[in-house]
Design a protein around this ligand. Structure first.
Ligand code: UGA
Length: 440
């Protein structure tokens, strides 16, 4: 099937390459020429395991092309809208300008039977408004909302083998055109459907809400365990053992119960805020007041992490040499958007510490965002002569560090495990002062 993908950022680039892998003929359209040049040359503009291999394979097959020319979407039966919806400057609400202009750009190209599929995360009500625009431009074309649940670092696998498919369709019961749209989207995802992937066909509002509800739940789960970490600190209990114990209850589950410096990235923080803003507009802000607390707990972790560094340094971080391991918001990513690691590093620097940050993949992005911070290419350079080492992103290479060897490289063997990813017994046995949030 000929398909166009509008917006080739994280979501779109991966989606386009995966659709081509499934045998479709895909054109990816983006307004940023550098992004298009990189992707067309088989280079992923961001770190995502497996993506470059997939780009090489699908570009080589001739089924995948990238362009800045919006007219190249003409002739596609399905148009996926994958542009970003960042937080608006100075507000909680989402900025929908890219989604609006992506859909407006497709309107003149639509022919009867075409399908516009929204994948971007949008405030509920957006799809209804866009659907109206599609209907005005081409009454025999349909708009469907099909949220995406991929995680950075696992984006290719999540896209090729999603754990569920959600289609939001207006009045699917009563309209043949809507049913044809579902059938067409089923053809796009034929492989996943044949593999037994659950597929939920619902209305537009529900489909939009599913996405933000899922991210809100995940954020709540993380803040819940971080709130428990605060209780653990007040009582001398251990949040990791607590998470393991409650996680054995299948109704709770252990995943997303890792306490530490909290959640960041380009999705969870801005999605819960945009959701609160939308609830306010809908007059049901009380329903989501708890998300404000989820956000506060999360932000407190960053402040608490700096306090812990101060405590470990004996009351002041002024002039102290602190090595920060990790800049990305999570491992297997070079994404530094709202990264807790960099937030903590920057706070400490602003409060007078001598901070040196390292990361296996995110240094270029980190340098651009925080030019005043000092960066080191390797762990050895970062920790040389350090008085405190802080692990703030749980990259496998940091989790696997040898405490005995590392001890030789620092001035004082003090470790703060900001992700509860290291074994306190081993580190203490190697002579380190080990501290973490929520652990004795
Ligand atoms: C998140 C969702 O997990 C995806 O399902 C969703 O599709 C995506 O947002 C999106 O909306 O596009 P992502 O932002 O890639 O994916 O990252 P997560 O794996 O959810 O991690 C988010 C943050 O939570 C990271 O900073 C991570 O370190 C932190 N986290 C995660 C914890 O602090 N504790 C945990 O137990 C798990």
């Amino acid at each position: 099937m000929r398909i166009s993908v509008i917006g080739c950022g994280y979501l779109g680039a991966v989606h386009a390459a995966c659709l081509a892998r499934l045998g479709h003929e895909v054109v990816g359209v983006d307004v940023v020429p550098e992004q298009v040049t990189a992707l067309a040359g088989g280079l992923a503009p961001f770190h995502e395991p497996g993506l470059e291999g997939l780009l090489g394979e699908t570009l080589g097959s001739g089924r995948l092309t990238f362009t800045t020319d919006p007219a190249s979407s003409a002739g596609a039966r399905v148009h996926f809208v994958c542009v970003g919806t960042p937080q608006r400057r100075g507000e909680y609400a989402a900025d929908l300008s890219a989604v609006r202009s992506a859909v407006e750009g497709i309107l003149p190209l639509l022919t009867p039977g075409d399908l516009v599929v929204g994948k971007s995360t949008v405030p509920v009500g957006t799809a209804e408004m866009l659907s109206e625009r599609v209907r005005e431009a081409q009454p025999e074309a349909e708009l469907v909302w099909n949220p995406e649940f991929l995680r950075e670092g696992h984006a290719v696998a999540d896209t090729l083998s999603p754990d569920r498919l959600v289609y939001g369709v207006a009045d699917v019961e009563g309209r043949e055109q809507a049913q044809a749209a579902v059938k067409l989207l089923d053809e796009v995802y034929a492989e996943a459907i044949a593999a037994g992937t659950p597929r939920i066909v619902t209305d537009l509002a529900t489909a939009q809400l599913v996405k933000v509800a899922a991210n809100s739940f995940l954020a709540t789960k993380i803040s819940f365990i971080n709130a428990m970490a605060e209780l653990c600190e007040a009582t001398g209990a251990d949040v990791v053992a607590l998470a393991d114990a409650i996680g054995h209850d299948a109704r709770i589950g252990r995943r997303f119960l890792n306490a530490g410096v909290g959640f960041g990235g380009g999705c969870l923080p801005k999605d819960i805020r945009a959701f609160m803003a939308r609830a306010g507009e809908l007059g049901v802000d009380q329903a989501l007041t708890f998300l404000r607390e989820v956000d506060s707990i999360n932000m407190r972790r960053r402040v608490r992490m700096v306090d812990l560094a101060r405590e470990v340094c004996g009351g002041s971080i002024v002039g102290r040499r602190i090595a920060v391991l990790g800049a990305a918001f999570k491992p297997d990513s070079d994404d530094i958007r709202d990264s807790p690691a960099l937030n903590v590093a920057a706070q400490m620097q602003l409060q007078g510490a001598q901070v040196r940050v390292t990361d296996p993949k995110a240094l270029d992005n980190a340098r651009k965002r925080w030019p005043d911070l000092a960066f080191a290419e390797t762990v050895a350079d970062a920790v040389a002569d350090a008085e405190v080492v802080m692990v703030l992103t749980e990259w496998p290479e940091y989790v696997g560090l040898d405490p005995v060897a590392l001890r030789e490289q620092v001035a004082t063997p003090r470790l703060i495990d900001g992700r509860n990813c290291l074994d306190p017994v081993t580190w203490r046995a190697a002579g380190w002062t080990y501290r973490a949030l929520g652990r004795p």
